[in-house]
Design a protein around this ligand. Structure first.
Ligand SMILES: C[S@@+](CC[C@H](N)C(=O)[O-])C[C@H]1O[C@@H](n2cnc3c(N)ncnc32)[C@H](O)[C@@H]1O
Length: 196
């Protein structure tokens, strides 16, 4: 858990719906993919204000987040198939191989230790379970200079502007099943991995 990140999200939880307007088209694609999957237990790490809870159509969902203020808003949007808990994605209080699917929507570059986050994802996923990672990814083109220049400012907003998934060694324990590109120069992507 990172207290400064929690403090940031607790303070600005009321502004998050504005960010979500911008993320809506990506989330539609994410949920088209998720709702095509067979039923199963799904864990969403960093659920935030639960803005997309209504998009889950058939899975049993457990949502966790470290920000009490975000969770308070999320709880109001909960329905029968969704439960939320205050928990750190880097130290999950779930058994090994408990989930069929894990969703990481704009959270992997927010947590202070993405390596530990993925280790926990790997642990709680069933064999052949899938993880959906929606995020920005620093590309190997001119855009990486913007990410670097934005580095100091992004710290203030508690995320890493320079983010390369291949630098997380645990990702090698997954097979990449699908890659969906969004926006300018494919800066945002949805990566779907399966546990080996
Ligand atoms: C950018 S928001 C994304 C919210 C939502 N997933 C979305 O796509 O709109 C990042 C969220 O991750 C949460 N978070 C940060 N570190 C976390 C951790 N270690 N474990 C669980 N949640 C965390 C923050 O509190 C925040 O609600």
């Amino acid at each position: 858990m990172n207290n400064q990140t929690d403090h940031f999200y607790n303070k600005f939880s009321f502004l998050y719906p504005l960010v979500d307007v911008f993320l809506k088209p990506q989330k539609k694609v994410l949920f088209d993919e998720i709702n095509r999957l067979p039923e199963g237990n799904l864990l969403e790490i960093g659920v935030g204000n639960g803005a997309h809870f209504h998009l889950y159509k058939k899975h049993k969902v457990v949502g966790i987040d470290t920000s009490a203020a975000m969770l308070e808003i999320a709880r109001k949007k909960c329905c029968e198939n969704i439960k939320v808990f205050k928990m750190d994605g880097k130290a999950l209080l779930f058994y090994d191989e408990e989930f069929d699917y894990v969703v990481l929507s704009h959270v992997i570059a927010v947590v202070d230790d993405p390596e530990q986050l993925l280790k926990e994802v790997l642990r709680v996923l069933k064999p052949q379970g899938q993880v959906f990672i929606l995020n920005h990814f620093t590309p190997n083109n001119w855009l990486r200079h913007f990410d670097r220049a934005f580095g100091m400012i992004s710290k203030f907003f508690h995320f890493k502007s320079v983010f390369c998934i291949d630098e997380i060694t645990t990702i090698k324990k997954f097979i990449l099943l699908k890659e969906v590109h969004f926006g300018l120069a494919s800066y945002f992507k949805l990566l779907i991995y399966q546990k080996k």
